[in-house]
Design a binder for this molecule. Structure first.
Ligand code: ZN
Length: 215
């Protein structure tokens, strides 16, 4: 397996700083579990962050920020998904297994039409995360994005224009992207998709069912 679409340093830094909504945290943690090169970049960033903190003058850390940090630790405010340090064989990497309560067999799929299934994962804040099961060759409807969308492939692959996304790859979409992903013919594609705003479908049928799918 070779991951060709890695998450950029900007998102890794935001993840390290605990600045991402839980749904995107989960995508990044899962990606890092599946992609050793991204994991190496993350470890380097983390080490760099530690060095910067150690060399910063103490006065720069206000009492307020220390209090906030301690409150965060005490209250466990942002439950960051646990990073897996071990290799994973299951379709679901360790951070995701915690959310579904087991392996891929534990996922409670709901059909959304055309053979596509989804399982919405419980999140503590506004951004949403779902597992998607897309039969080989099935097309996702044309859509734009009201905000950020991160899609991590867990099994199979999907094609988007000239790009192919396989296991461990992440596609990032934003307000400027309109696309039409298609699952690669053959085996089904299973993805983890996180969004912080509703998708913008161009077809009437997807728009009609959108409220029911909470997408
Ligand atoms: Zn999209």
């Amino acid at each position: 397996m070779q991951v060709t679409h890695q998450i950029g340093d900007d998102f890794l830094a935001a993840y390290a700083a605990g600045q991402l909504p839980e749904a995107f945290d989960l995508v990044v943690a899962s990606h890092l579990s599946l992609c050793p090169p991204a994991r190496e970049r993350y470890d380097a960033l983390e080490a760099l962050g530690g060095t910067v903190l150690e060399s910063a003058p103490e006065a720069e850390m206000s009492a307020g920020s220390l209090e906030a940090t301690l409150a965060r630790i005490a209250g466990g405010a942002s439950p960051q998904p646990e990073l897996a340090r071990t290799k994973t064989c299951d379709v679901l990497p360790a951070p995701l297994r915690d959310y579904v309560g087991g392996s891929i067999e534990s996922v409670k799929w709901r059909p959304v039409g055309m053979g596509v299934k989804q399982a919405i994962l419980p999140m503590s804040d506004g951004a949403s995360a779902r597992l998607l099961y897309i039969p080989g060759g099935a097309e996702m409807p044309d859509h734009g994005h009201g905000g950020l969308e991160m899609t991590l492939v867990l099994k199979g692959a999907f094609l988007d224009g000239a790009d192919r996304f396989g296991r461990g790859d992440v596609e990032i979409g934003d307000e400027d992207l309109v696309h039409h992903p298609v699952a690669e013919a053959g085996e089904p594609c299973i993805c983890l998709a996180a969004t912080d705003a509703p998708l913008k479908f161009s077809g009437w049928l997807p728009r009609l069912v959108q409220p029911f799918l909470k997408i």
